[in-house]
Design a protein around this ligand. Structure first.
Ligand SMILES: Cc1cc2nc3c(=O)[nH]c(=O)nc-3n(C[C@H](O)[C@H](O)[C@H](O)COP(=O)(O)O)c2cc1C
Length: 327
């Protein structure tokens, strides 16, 4: 099986065919740009956005959710909800405000979302989900993709049955995360089921997603499922160099050395400064706490040090503490 170097999504050339997953609470401009700079990201996404946050959202919050820049391309804006009307309005608003690709979330397992019929809740009503996709496609004026789980639970694996309907609805690409809503993040992504979805597709590229944490697992996703592209989420949170390394491997380039301590610290500091630009110094310092376990775990000798970093409130102290980790 040859591994595709690029994928075409309704005329948008995604090169390499590696997508950075939408991740609520993480996929902001600061993270996307930090990863894009390392290389290998063919397409990135915003976190999932509610129609209300777009259509009625207040100044600053909406501004930071939507913050982007010319180098942050190509970019997909992801929306979630359960009503064709509000999702279509949100898609229209986004395309009128510069979005180039809109993705519909049909996979979020969180109870507060899925139990209200949004996210993976849409998989309980596949016909309605397809109808929603159709109305978003008609409203959007830019390509629309969909991101699915396999189904609500293992008794209802509906994804492969939805592909023809989604293609007829006019969607431009479909990402499939190889788990059900019931699994949450437990178990393993099911490559057999992803393959079943790939085999059901006639026209649109299928993006394989779930548990890609190494060049080997990326190759396995491509080779076993025959997908047109891959999407990577959690693996890139704890190892930001993962996507670069996978892109090099898939292009048959020799691996680069693992990042040095100094490079890790420089990366963490640059990400912090991008967050300062986005959220202001104090907001960034508080929000940066969630990155400390992701980025710095392997640079810290003991738990006490981690706990101390997690309590910082002063941006200057954060900068000094991060810089000191280089030695
Ligand atoms: C913290 C976190 C937030 C997420 N937020 C979103 C989201 O906003 N939209 C979405 O479609 N999926 C979201 N996901 C799911 C990921 O996009 C991805 O499908 C899932 O993590 C499986 O891929 P992975 O094994 O590479 O992480 C999220 C996952 C995590 C861990």
């Amino acid at each position: 099986m040859t591994i595709p170097a690029q994928v075409d999504i309704a005329g948008l050339s995604v090169t390499p065919a590696i997508l950075l997953a939408p991740m609520a609470g993480y996929s902001d401009l600061a993270f996307r740009m930090s990863l894009r700079e390392l290389g290998g990201v063919g397409l990135a996404f915003t976190e999932m956005l509610s129609p209300a946050s777009l259509l009625q959202g207040k100044g600053n919050k909406r501004k930071t959710l939507l913050a982007t820049c010319p180098a942050d391309q190509p970019l997909g804006h992801q929306i979630y909800g359960s009503h064709a009307g509000s999702l279509s309005k949100a898609a229209q608003w986004l395309s009128g405000n510069g979005a180039t690709l809109i993705d519909i979330n049909m996979g979020c397992p969180q109870r507060k979302i899925s139990s209200h019929g949004a996210g993976a809740g849409l998989l309980r009503e596949p016909e309605e989900a397809i109808r929603i996709a159709e109305s978003v496609v008609q409203a959007a004026g830019v390509p629309v993709s969909v991101k699915l789980r396999l189904g609500w639970d293992h008794n209802r694996l509906v994804a492969h049955e939805m592909i023809a309907g989604l293609e007829n609805a006019g969607v431009a690409a479909i990402t499939i995360h190889g788990r059900t809503r019931g699994q949450g993040y437990t178990g393993k992504a099911d490559l057999d089921e992803i393959r079943r979805v790939v085999q059901a597709a006639r026209r649109v590229p299928i993006v394989g997603n779930g548990d890609i944490t190494s060049p080997e697992s990326a190759r396995a996703m491509y080779n076993f499922t025959g997908c047109a592209a891959i999407m990577i989420g959690r693996g890139a949170l704890s190892n930001p160099w993962l996507i670069r390394d996978i892109a090099r491997d898939l292009a048959n380039q020799p691996p680069l050395p693992a990042p040095s301590r100094e490079e890790r610290v420089a990366f963490a500091l640059t990400h912090f400064e991008r967050m300062v630009d986005l959220y202001g110094a104090r907001g960034a310092t508080l929000l940066y706490r969630k990155w400390i376990p992701q980025y710095l775990r392997r640079l810290l000798n003991d738990r006490q040090h981690m706990v101390a970093l997690l309590q910082l409130e002063c941006p200057e102290t954060m900068r000094r503490s991060l810089t000191a980790l280089a030695n």
